[in-house]
Design a protein around this ligand. Sequence first.
Ligand SMILES: Cc1cc2nc3c(=O)[nH]c(=O)nc-3n(C[C@H](O)[C@H](O)[C@H](O)COP(=O)(O)OP(=O)(O)OC[C@H]3O[C@@H](n4cnc5c(N)ncnc54)[C@H](O)[C@@H]3O)c2cc1C
Length: 452
Amino acid sequence: MLDSKPRVVIVGGGFGGLGAAKALRKSNVEIILIDRQNHHLFQPLLYQVATSVLSPGQIASPIRGILRRQRNTAVILGEVTGVDTDRRRVFVDSVDREGVAIEYDHLILATGATHSYFGHDEFARFAPGLKSLADAVSIRNRVLLAFEQAEAEEDPQRHRDLLTFVLVGAGPTGVEMAGALAILVRTALRSEFRRIDPTLARVILIDMASRVLGTFSEKLSAAARRQLEKLGVEVRLGHGVDRIDADGVSVAGEHIASKTVIWTAGVTPSPAGKWLGGATDRAGRVRVQPDLTVPGHPEIFVVGDTASLDQGGHPLPGVAQVAMQQGRYAGRLIHRRIGGRSAPPPFRYFDKGNMAVVGKGFAVLQSGRLALSGLLAWMAWAAVHLEFLAQSSLRVSVFVQWVWTYLTGQGGARLIVNYHGSVVDDVRTPSSSAQQPMPVRMGETEHRQRAS
Ligand SMILES: Cc1cc2nc3c(=O)[nH]c(=O)nc-3n(C[C@H](O)[C@H](O)[C@H](O)COP(=O)(O)OP(=O)(O)OC[C@H]3O[C@@H](n4cnc5c(N)ncnc54)[C@H](O)[C@@H]3O)c2cc1C
């Protein structure tokens, strides 16, 4: 009987949450996966949406579509706002109700991270970050609008400001964005404007660190910098930004006039640490034990960007591979526990290496002692990214688009789309049923009461 099965609630349908759900596909459990988005997003390719290479639908898939064959799993669109660890339930704001309680026997929190302005939240207004599809489309709008405005503008001084693009943060996202922007202005846009020359656009990459791609070896980071400069990107290192406003950025006493500043610096974890009230690291990530559970709560797992676990004396990085491997581990552990089998050995991250792409046909790759830059690394990068897209249809579509773009220089989606209003806001009725049970499956409208 369905109701007698243990219930696993997974919060987040990103890399960690999906990894956990799939690891439990053959388990005799009832899984409820809750995400505030209806889609799984392949964040490593977000910068290609922001720079008009790919369209949003090519890097995201509906979560319920990905899990359609997994009969033990229900997907709920809703935002988790808290966890009652004593009564074992999470609270969810769904499309039309708030504070709905969903009970669990096992809980996996895989709620990821968002961008951090390092205490300067006032920057957010002028320098959007890149984390969601909406962010990517909004940055794409800004970039394309800047060219449109410049084409219509008589004042050459304004041309310069409009066509100066500043990226703050020279980690993988900043480097990849800068390279792709440089390519965009020098290829696709080049022949389409009459009153301005898009190739005169400036792309400036700023970081307070002394080199780009600080987590890569010095050799690879120097290779990436050379490649960026070859593409015309101005790389400014050694100073953080002091100020960002509507007119541009101030860095090391200099004001750089720009109408498009993009934040590609730090991230901060989801509030899962606050929900649990337990130990967190300095960044706010939940400190987990080697089996990824929260101390004192063997039924609660935290995985991915929102978890903090040291391996070899260093915290594991916030990358997709860590999240996927941790999600799978948590799923398998629960599967074994339910089957009455012994616990697996502690979680161990298998590092397959790091990659970052810099423009067309060039990437850097570091895996153990292997350090590679250039076309071969780019081919490895392309193969790995295609492999990890959530569905075969996306793999085919992205592959075809890349080949087309590579051969013709023409990107995928250079549309300026302004989305007004929100369906959720239209249908939500805030007064409805706080802390009420929600139907968790078609036909199951009665909330299950659980012995605590
Ligand atoms: C622009 C960018 C580029 C990147 N490039 C790379 C790369 O090249 N290689 C690499 O390995 N990693 C890369 N990363 C990092 C990688 O994407 C993350 O490490 C990975 O996504 C973490 O997986 P996760 O499952 O912890 O979180 P996510 O994949 O972020 O998933 C979290 C999910 O939880 C949902 N969620 C959050 N809060 C709630 C809530 N309260 N209620 C309900 N649902 C919620 C979100 O909607 C989301 O679906 C990149 C990240 C970004 C932003």
